[in-house]
Structure formats: structure tokens, C-alpha cells
Design a protein around this ligand. Structure first.
Ligand code: NAP
Length: 491
């Protein structure tokens, strides 16, 4: 991709708020800058909404709700399908835009566009399959009818790490179900969401159905909406502390919520594992998105008989990784999102080393332009190291060992989180046992990536509430209503 491509893609992105089908500046006229994390350069300036803009967006979503719910499912499906086709057509430009604002290597951004688009296709297919049921009550005295209807206007709050997929995973099922939405992307990466919303409008989404507010005052803009009785649903993806704050706000009027929160994924390698597959899986589970994924393997727990071999093999591969700007050819490891992320990786690695871990490769921040941390392998991580209980969110592969399955499961479950776990073993019965004993919403058995639009994504414990994707995803945006009628044959 050339500098001209970068300029063209950036020039095409809308930079206003999107309210009731119009692109407009913030009421205050305020704006904020978006940076390229690999250079620190300002790449765009977008509208900075305040609470009044947020409420206008909710007004628009409320006004559009009844008409959108009445649009035939097939028409909603066709609009989403058109959006999917446009996303595929524009995949290269969207991927470049994402790399510019977020930093991940271009190949990974292309992967995210493909993955994120699939939620739109999946929702277009689900839109026409929402159904209820009709039955006779056990007493035979009446008929029960169960029907589904859209929950109503939704607030969708998304993080910076997957700026397209986290947005499509919420917007597409909401629209398929007949809900209108206000979307609040992260201030670090608003551009991909703005481009997506432009595509949805082009695909035929009516005015007011999808509204977007970009802001540097997330709390000030979102809290009045969460407390507004017209809002019927909050779907949030982000950190557990912010999710917990939002749940407290939502509890006041028992607002329906979905929460996709933080993780601390264990990656188990048993002594009977195919080590080649385990190494490939480890690299995917750790270095995808430069380690900045809720699904990133955070704790590598390896059987003591194969640990040396595993560490030697992953170290060879990680030491050969190329670090650089995500737009450049051959880059495996892009920048972290900001200075705070680099500081955190540095702090966690230094703490683990001070407690006895050994650095096999990497282990330091990269001085100079951009926010880079070296791809790192740590061996012999000791109990008590902070990275065992904290999401690293960086390119640090940290290994400790276990002696048997019981210890592996106990260590894997020793966390407040329960989003995803990975396990490599050739023993099918063990794989099945792990599915029943690991406290997790998702398990990758002999694979390093679990995300798929057709599967219910989500966690247990402090990793969240609800599921996105799969048959379950659309249910988050539907209410179940039940109707009782008399027996039609009764005299
Ligand atoms: P974050 O700080 O919690 O922010 C997430 C979103 O919430 C952003 O849009 C943010 O806006 C907004 N926000 C922050 N404070 C808010 C408030 N008081 N009221 C309303 N909105 C508020 O998380 P992040 O750093 O962006 O994302 C990383 C985290 O997300 C990690 O913990 C990761 O595991 C988790 N994650 C989970 C999943 C999943 O599916 N389970 C997927 C991806 C990421 P601003 O950024 O503009 O402040």
C-alpha cells in the first residue's frame, strides 16, 4: 500500500457524528485527533460528542424504532446482505484504514474485515429465521403462543482492539432483530466504525436506524442514555472494570445488558500433544492482534515433560518475528495501541523476571517512534507473578508448568475470568473432560483461534454475560412474549 492509498482511504472517511441519517459536527463544535500508533502522527480529526449529541442520537433511534421493526424481515435481511457485499468489495481499503488507526499488520486487518463481515452475512441469514411456537398447555385447557419481538433502541459500546468486528457483531444482529441503535466506538479507533456506518447507509439502512457518536467523554455521553427509559438494551464490549460500572448504572432501571468483558485465557499443552500443532496454535493464540485480544492466550501451562521442547520451538519462531509498521510487507508484530499499553507490558515482564522468570527472547520496549514492545517469550513464570492474574494485552508469551491434568485444570481455573481456554492433547476423553471442567465460555481443542460468526462467543465469571454470534447472538436483541388463549374447541 502506498502513501497515496493511505491518503485516499483517510480522505474518504466521514468524520462527523451520524444522527438520523445526517453527518454533522458535534453541537459544541469540538473535535479530537486520531493517531497512527506506529508513528504517532495525527491521521484524522473527528467530531467530539457531548451528552446533548448522545441524547439527539437516542432521539433519532427512538423515532425510527417502530418503522424499522415493521420492515419485513426479508427486507432487513436484503439490506444486511448488500452491506456484506459492500464490505467485501471494499475489504482492502477498510483493512488499510484499520491498520492506520489501530496498528495491526495489514494481513491481520484483512482477516478482521473477513471475520467482521461474516457477522453481517450471518445476521442477514438469521433475520428471516426468527420464530416462536404454538402449543397446547398440559391441562388441555388453552393454547400457548410464544413470539419474539425486538427489544427496542440499543446502545452499543465497542473497544479499540477489533474496531470492525466488535461493531458488526453487535450492529448486525440488532438490525436483523428489528432494533435501532446508537453506536459508541472507542476514541482511539473511531474511523473504521464511521466507514462501516457509511456502508450501512449506502446499503439502504433507513435514517435513524444506526446512529454513531464519537467522543472523548464516554461516561458523560453514555450514562444519560443508560439512565433514559427509552433505551431498552445496552451491549458492551470492553474491560471488566468499565463493564461493571455500566452494569451498576444499568441496574437502576433493570436495563437489559450484554457484557463481553476481559479474559485471562489458559493455554494447556499436555505431554501427549502434537507439539507442532501446539506451537502453531500458540503463535496464533498469542500474537494475533499483537496480543491485544480478549481471546489472547495469557498463561501458557505446559506439562513438565514437554515444556523445554515447547519453549525451544516457540522461542525460535518468536525470535524470527519482524516488528514494524503494520502497513509494511512482512511485518508480524505491529505497535501496541498506546504508551500505556507499552508501560503495562514492561511492568508485567519486569515483575515476572524479578520473581524468577527467564527471558528467552525479547523482553524490552522499543525506543524511538511509535509504541512498540518486542515479541517476548518468558519461561519459568512463578506463582505470584502479576501477569498470571492480569490481561497482558501485548506480545508476551509466558510459560509455566504442571505435572498432571488435575493440576492443569486447577491452575487454569485459578482466575476471576472465564472467556476462553485452549488445550492441546491427542486424548479425546481428556478433551471432553476439559470441556466439562474448565470454567470457560469457549474452548479451543487443538486450535489456536475460536472466533467464528456461526458460534456463540462469550464468557463466564467476570468475562461477561450473554453471547454474540451463532444462533444465540440475535436472541440478545429479542424479547420473548407469551400469549395464552382458551382452547378453541371448548364449548
Ligand atoms: P475499555 O477501556 O473498557 O473501553 C471499552 C469501551 O468503553 C470504549 O468505547 C470506551 O470508550 C468505553 N468506555 C470507557 N469508559 C466508559 C464509561 N464510563 N461509560 C461508557 N463507556 C465507557 O476497554 P478497551 O481498553 O477499549 O478494550 C480492551 C478490553 O476489552 C480488554 O479487557 C479486552 O479483553 C476486552 N474485550 C473483550 C472482548 C470480548 O468479546 N469479551 C472483545 C474485545 C475486547 P473510550 O475508549 O473512548 O474511552
Amino acid at each position: 500500500m502506498s502513501a497515496a492509498d493511505e491518503a485516499r482511504v483517510l480522505a474518504a472517511v466521514p468524520t462527523g457524528l451520524h444522527v438520523d441519517g445526517e453527518w454533522a459536527p458535534a453541537a459544541s463544535g469540538r473535535t479530537f485527533d486520531v493517531h497512527d500508533p506506529s508513528t504517532g502522527d495525527v491521521i484524522a480529526t473527528v467530531a467530539d460528542a457531548d451528552a446533548s449529541d448522545g441524547l439527539r442520537a437516542l432521539d433519532a433511534a427512538v423515532a425510527a424504532q417502530a418503522a424499522w421493526a415493521a420492515v419485513p424481515p426479508r427486507t432487513r435481511s436484503d439490506i444486511l446482505r448488500r452491506a456484506f457485499d459492500l464490505l467485501r468489495e471494499r475489504a482492502d481499503d477498510l483493512a488499510l484504514l484499520m491498520t492506520l488507526e489501530m496498528g495491526k499488520p495489514l494481513a491481520e486487518s484483512r482477516g478482521e474485515v473477513a471475520y467482521g463481515s461474516e457477522f453481517v452475512r450471518w445476521a442477514s441469514e438469521e433475520a428471516v429465521r426468527v420464530s416462536g411456537r404454538y402449543g397446547t398447555n398440559p391441562e388441555g385447557t388453552g393454547r400457548t403462543v410464544v413470539l419474539k419481538r425486538p427489544v427496542g433502541p440499543c446502545l452499543l459500546i465497542t473497544p479499540w482492539n477489533f474496531p470492525l468486528a466488535m461493531a458488526t457483531r453487535k450492529i448486525a444482529p440488532a438490525l436483523a432483530a428489528g432494533c435501532t441503535v446508537v453506536v459508541k466506538p472507542a476514541d482511539l479507533t473511531p474511523l473504521t466504525t464511521l466507514a462501516l456506518v457509511g456502508i450501512l447507509a449506502e446499503a439502504g439502512v433507513p435514517h435513524g436506524v444506526v446512529n454513531v457518536v464519537t467522543t472523548t467523554s464516554a461516561g458523560d455521553v453514555c450514562e444519560p442514555l443508560i439512565r433514559d427509559p427509552r433505551l431498552r438494551k445496552l451491549s458492551f464490549t470492553g474491560s471488566t472494570p468499565v463493564g461493571s460500572t455500566l452494569l451498576a448504572q444499568a441496574s437502576e432501571r433493570v436495563l437489559r445488558t450484554s457484557m463481553e468483558l476481559g479474559g485471562n485465557a489458559p493455554f494447556l499443552v499436555f505431554d501427549d500433544a502434537d507439539l507442532d500443532a501446539a506451537v502453531e496454535g500458540a503463535l496464533l493464540a498469542k500474537f494475533r492482534n499483537v496480543g491485544q485480544a480478549c481471546t489472547a492466550a495469557n498463561r501458557f501451562l505446559v506439562h513438565e515433560d514437554v515444556a523445554d521442547d515447547f519453549v525451544r520451538r516457540v522461542t525460535e519462531r518468536v525470535a524470527a518475528m519482524t516488528l514494524g509498521r503494520g502497513t509494511d510487507d512482512g511485518v508480524d508484530v505491529g505497535p501496541l495501541i498506546d504508551d500505556r499499553a507499552v508501560d503495562k507490558a514492561e511492568r508485567l515482564v519486569d515483575d515476572a523476571v524479578a520473581r524468577g522468570a527467564v527471558v528467552r527472547t525479547g523482553g524490552a520496549r522499543v525506543d524511538g517512534t511509535g509504541t512498540f514492545y518486542e515479541a517476548t517469550v518468558l519461561d519459568g513464570v512463578r506463582p505470584g507473578s502479576e501477569l498470571l492474574t492480569t490481561e497482558i494485552f501485548g506480545p508476551v508469551l509466558a510459560v509455566s508448568t504442571f505435572a498432571d491434568e488435575e493440576e492443569a485444570v486447577r491452575k487454569a481455573n485459578d482466575t476471576e475470568f472465564g472467556l476462553v481456554a485452549y488445550a492441546f492433547t491427542r486424548d479425546l476423553a481428556r478433551g471432553q473432560r476439559l470441556a466439562e471442567t474448565l470454567e470457560t465460555g469457549m474452548l479451543g481443542l487443538n486450535v489456536g483461534v475460536v472466533s467464528n460468526a456461526s458460534a456463540p462467543f462469550g464468557g463466564v465469571k467476570a468475562s461477561g454475560l450473554g453471547r454474540e454470534g451463532g444462533l444465540e447472538g440475535i436472541q440478545e436483541y429479542l424479547e420473548t412474549v407469551y400469549l395464552m388463549t382458551p382452547d378453541p374447541f371448548a364449548a
